[in-house]
Design a protein. Structure first.
Length: 155
């Protein structure tokens, strides 16, 4: 999973986080904290540390860790970022992907199902105002039993 995540991050031009996801990822993966991780985590830690990041927040005054604040109209800001040449943006979390789905700004979804029922926590896309029909474009199973599925919205 970490290898796939490192590949996904490495292929993106930048990461797009909301404040909560940014702060969690920074706390977990920014050196020197990441230096004490097992060797199999190191490629992901190096890749995410080096990645360009955009942080959507109305409460943060500043960010660092190769990051830039995104303020104002979310739709217009993300449209501007999407117009830049390259491979695209990678977004994670719960709240920001929900907002981007509502605005029709997600071109591809990757959903990873892990073989564990938690019974609590946030529900992805809960409260979405409309259905978004998806078409499966790839699927990968892992030895852990997790399955990563990529979808694109049907037109």
């Amino acid at each position: 999973m970490h290898r796939r995540a490192a590949e996904n991050v490495g292929q993106a031009d930048a990461l797009l986080f909301g404040r909560v996801a940014y702060e969690m990822m920074e706390a977990a993966w920014r050196p020197p904290r990441a230096a004490s991780m097992p060797g199999w985590m190191e490629p992901f830690a190096r890749t995410i540390d080096a990645a360009k990041k955009y942080v959507v927040s109305s409460t943060l005054d500043r960010v660092d860790w190769n990051a830039e604040l995104v303020r104002g109209d979310l739709g217009a800001a993300v449209e501007r970022l999407k117009q830049q040449p390259g491979e695209g943006l990678l977004v994670g979390g719960v709240t920001l992907p929900f907002a981007l789905a509502e605005l029709g700004l997600i071109d591809e979804y990757e959903i990873v199902v892990h073989p564990r029922l938690a019974g609590h926590g946030p529900t992805l896309f809960a409260g979405l105002s409309r259905r978004i029909d998806l078409r499966l474009i790839s699927r990968q199973e892992f030895g852990s039993g997790a399955v990563a599925m990529r979808y694109e919205p049907r037109k």
